[in-house]
Design a protein around this ligand. Structure first.
Ligand code: HEM
Ligand SMILES: CC(C)=CCC/C(C)=C/CC/C(C)=C/COP(=O)(O)OP(=O)(O)O
Length: 309
């Protein structure tokens, strides 16, 4: 049956937001909220869930849409991105995408601050602050300011990756926000280099074509593979930190369930990164990249399960 034009348009705008990416971003907010709720025994209202999850989805979708709009010139050239809605003219003029992204940004900020009415005033204020920070860091600092200029673009531009986790936590409680909340957001931040540098090693020719200085598109394949392995080891070592955290009553927040999950999944990632070092081929880096998202999801599942035990 012929798909209606409206249905095609909705699917195209949905595709523009890069849903595969914000599914995981929303999942980190969800996982952080469940973990905080279990540790401090706090009930999360339906209204708070709705504002938090929809807000993070809208915020991440907005960031992805507005960075797609900003990068429409290089996306048209890169093999990996030239089929996207803006370069392929399935959304035309491109300003329609920009306006869509701006509306989503407004909705996401309203949702985040709205948590002031469902949890409490300062919870909502902090959620709003983290949302504005996430949008600004990803759109302005990463995409506009650093992506085409600095080999460390994903470092300063990567803090936004932790914003959903901070929003998920602050939506539930401000107790432990700057230690346990920050650690969970830090799991996402420290995961980014392995995640993206494995991908950019795989697509190095694409990035060289558009002169985007991703570190592993600029360094030699051999050095890039070593950098990826080093960031993977750093990520795996950091992933064990939650096991040593305690509440202010000295209660450990995690048990061996989380510890063994983090170690087992970490060993797999280190082994994959060792494969990239031994054979810095496009295939090895692609496999490491494809495993990176499930790996992060497994860590957040372990946090949720262990905090419920
Ligand atoms: C500065 C930070 C980041 C950069 C530069 C980055 C870059 C990328 C790129 C270029 C892709 C491939 C997209 C495509 O070809 O369609 C990708 C995929 C993805 N990213 Fe990231 N990313 C970053 C942070 C994050 C964060 C924080 C998350 C979630 C917590 C995330 C989740 C994903 C997911 C789920 C995919 C799809 C993976 C797959 O296809 O298996 N990314 N990312
Ligand atoms: C709360 C909030 C708003 C948080 C925002 C966090 C966020 C959207 C992170 C996504 C980062 C990301 C996937 C960048 C894509 O890089 P790229 O544009 O270089 O990828 P591309 O080459 O595929 O276009």
């Amino acid at each position: 049956m012929q798909e209606t034009t409206t249905k095609i348009k909705i699917k195209t705008y949905y595709e523009l937001t890069k849903p595969k990416i914000w599914y995981l971003l929303v999942f980190t907010a969800f996982g952080t909220a469940i973990t905080a709720s279990n540790i401090y025994n706090i009930e999360i209202s339906i209204a708070t869930w709705a504002l938090m999850l929809f807000g993070v989805a809208a915020g991440s979708a907005s960031a992805n849409t507005l960075t797609n709009y900003h990068d429409r010139d290089i996306d048209e050239v890169m093999e990996r991105t030239k089929g996207r809605p803006i370069p392929s003219k399935r959304i035309f003029p491109a300003e329609k995408a920009r306006d869509f992204g701006l509306v989503l940004a407004g909705i996401s900020i309203a949702c985040a601050f709205g948590i002031a009415f469902t949890t409490s005033f300062w919870n909502g204020m902090w959620c709003g602050i983290f949302m504005v920070f996430g949008l600004a860091d990803n759109i302005l600092i990463y995409s506009h300011a650093l992506k085409r200029k600095s080999q460390l673009n994903i470092i300063l531009g990567g803090f936004s990756g932790g914003a959903p986790a901070m929003i998920g936590y602050a939506a539930v409680t401000l107790t432990g926000l700057w230690d346990f909340g920050l650690i969970m957001a830090g799991l996402v931040f420290i995961w980014i280099p392995m995640h993206i540098w494995a991908l950019t090693l795989h697509f190095r020719d694409d990035y060289q074509k558009v002169k985007v200085p991703m570190l592993t598109a600029v360094l030699s394949e051999k050095t890039s593979a070593r950098v990826i392995a080093a960031t993977t080891v750093m990520m795996v070592v950091f992933s064990i930190v939650p096991f040593f955290l305690t509440t202010d009553t000295g209660e450990p927040v995690m048990s061996e369930v989380y510890l063994y999950t983090a170690i087992a999944s970490g060993v797999l990632m280190v082994a994959l990164s060792a494969w990239v070092v031994s054979k810095p081929t496009e295939k090895a880096s692609w496999v490491l990249f494809k495993f990176s998202s499930p790996y992060l999801a497994v860590l957040f599942i372990a946090l949720m399960v262990d905090s419920a035990l």
